[in-house]
Design a binder for this molecule. Sequence first.
Ligand code: NDP
Length: 294
Amino acid sequence: MSGPGRRGVTGGVRGTTRVYGILGDPVAHSLSPAMQNAAFAAAGIDGVYVPFPVAAADLAATMTGLFAVGVAGLNVTVPHKEASARLCVALRPRARACGAANTLIRTPRGWVGDNTDGAGLVASLAERRFDPRGKNVLLIGAGGSARSVAHAFARAGTRLLIVANRTPQRAVDLVATLRRRDAYAADLRVLANPEVLGRLDLIVDCTSTSLGSGVLPPIRFADTRRDLLCCDLMYGKTSRFLAAAHHAGRRTVDGGGMLLHQGALAFTLWNGTPAPIGAMRRALGRATRRASAR
Ligand code: NDP
């Protein structure tokens, strides 16, 4: 598997085909294989990307084994992002800052971890002409994705960054890692605070409530600015949060763009070339429609 082939895998997997994949549990639902295989084909890279279901107890052996057989690059999804970061030989600053990896890069010394989730969201917001620099942002949640997103916003230069979480101590802990005077922790009562709501440019829901695990307190959109942008990291169907924001006439964006751009950034980290975004976007759109129809 040494050396990037340039012919794509349209002729089938060969001895020279480079193998990439995603580690998760579960992972069968992941849309990344559709997106990355389309990228390899469009870029003419002789590569194939496969889902690897891995139990937590097997993560270390899997990472070692896949490195030994020459796997060229990996993504990591729930629940392995933190554990895989601890198992890497080194972490790039974005992964070190949030203590989690979603992308593993092959190096002669072993796997090096990076985290493209937060930067993926920032790139997706840029497509909506939203630049976080100098903006007031409320981030709801303090879990794995919120950590990556909070650090990406801090790097991008937000003016005010509020992290609100059901378990307030987790928000306090996350804000402490940002080391910024303009970042604050809060509990979910902030969602009903008209003074705060009236200052916001962006609200990002990074909780798993969109997946059905509970409901956030309602936001009084009448207290928000008319040009407020509302973002939910979930994709594939409209969340209650985005439905309410849309109903109130506020702009909305779901997590589909973040998924696309975190994958595009990973592609570039592995291959050193720009990702074929158009082909990836089309493949993701098809895969999302297939998944929603199931
Ligand atoms: P985690 O499990 O790490 O974090 C979950 C967060 O949701 C915590 O802050 C938790 O609060 C909060 N939460 C859960 N239930 C409730 C509730 N009933 N009320 C209020 N808050 C609640 O999840 P992730 O960060 O990994 O993922 C979060 C979401 O982001 C998921 O929907 C996931 O699909 C999506 N995602 C999308 C990506 C993309 O590319 N678009 C990439 C990664 C994630 P507490 O601390 O109190 O438990």
